[in-house]
Design a protein around this ligand. Structure first.
Ligand code: DOR
Length: 310
């Protein structure tokens, strides 16, 4: 039999695929549907202290190779997600994603979580590319250090950070050097590739309204970037810091590749937007079949085993 289970901190996932934050997870109806699917767990939409309507529509667009979005963090507010989790009975881990449009709000959100009865794991989103006028914190080394210093002054529950994609080996060195200083449970690499542009040659127009059409790119376009980020961080982070691999997965082979690079579990984003929640069962089955064909019985048989040319 093939065992697909994986652990992050104190949480055990029976299946290694969960939804990426922002995908099928804003309302209780959506979150319950994820929990009822073949997903191994649930991530919530990144919550801000107060509810947000997000950016004007259209703000999401599918293409053959992926998606572009500039949602602008539409969400029901932190209380809603804390209530949902407090009132939900499930064997599956729930990861509470949280963010803010300024540092003080992110700190205040984590203070509220620290003071609450919530005991699960939380993901601090340092990488939303779509708030007008706000840069991604994860691209600012000093700001990243400052927020993590403040957070770990008081926060004692399991915490991960959602990172933007990096593109230079020195960025990995610098960011890993910072991240290694904190008792992080995990990192999640990667958020969408920020501020791409999809255009329609017929209408000669951009396809989403916010920010003049610029938005975060997801889907097949970004798989090599996700693989690189997972691999580069696995080579640099303390082994106790786990890695959630996110970006460009549409098949079981894609999941296999992210785990070969060192991912502990894997998140599905655009593929679930395009195919629906059935993607979880399909991709779990494809991963199982691939492992069986290769003679692997569990994820640790190949996790991180990517080979280089000698
Ligand atoms: O691509 C993204 N879109 N990443 C985020 O972190 C937030 C989201 C949004 O709401 O714009």
């Amino acid at each position: 039999a093939i065992d697909l289970s994986a652990t992050i901190g104190t949480e055990t996932f029976q299946h290694p695929l969960i939804n990426a934050a922002g995908v099928w997870d804003e309302t209780a109806t959506e979150m319950n549907a994820v929990l009822a699917s073949a997903a191994g767990g649930l991530t919530t939409k990144s919550a801000t202290l107060a509810p947000r309507a997000g950016n004007p529509k259209p703000r999401y667009f599918d293409t053959k190779l992926g998606s572009i979005n500039s949602m602008g963090l539409p969400n029901q507010g932190l209380d809603y997600y804390l209530d949902f989790i407090a009132n939900t009975t499930t064997d599956k881990p729930i990861d509470l994603s949280v963010t803010g449009t300024k540092m003080a709000d992110q700190i205040a959100a984590l203070q509220q979580i620290q003071a609450s009865d919530f005991t699960g794991m939380c993901e601090l989103n340092l990488s939303c590319p779509n708030v007008v006028g706000k840069p991604q914190i994860g691209y600012d080394l000093d700001a990243t250090k400052e927020i993590l210093d403040q957070v770990f002054d008081f926060y004692t529950k399991p915490l991960g950070v959602k990172l933007p994609p990096y593109f230079d080996l020195q960025q990995y060195d610098a960011m890993a050097q910072i991240l290694n200083q904190y008792p992080l449970t995990y990192i999640n690499a990667i958020n969408s590739v920020g501020n791409g542009l999809v255009i329609d040659p017929d209408s000669e127009r951009v396809v989403i309204k916010p920010k003049g059409g610029f938005g975060g790119i997801g889907g097949k376009y970004i798989k090599p970037v996700a693989l690189a980020n997972v691999r580069a961080f696995r080579q640099r982070l303390r082994p106790e810091i786990k890695i959630i691999g996110t970006g460009g997965v549409t098949t079981g082979t894609d999941v296999f590749e992210l785990i070969l690079c060192g991912a502990d579990i894997v998140e599905l984003g655009t593929v679930v937007m395009q195919e629906g929640l059935a993607a979880f069962a399909r991709i779990n089955q494809e991963l199982t079949d691939l492992m069986a064909a290769k003679g692997y019985h569990k994820l640790t048989d190949f996790r991180g085993h990517l080979q280089e040319y000698q």
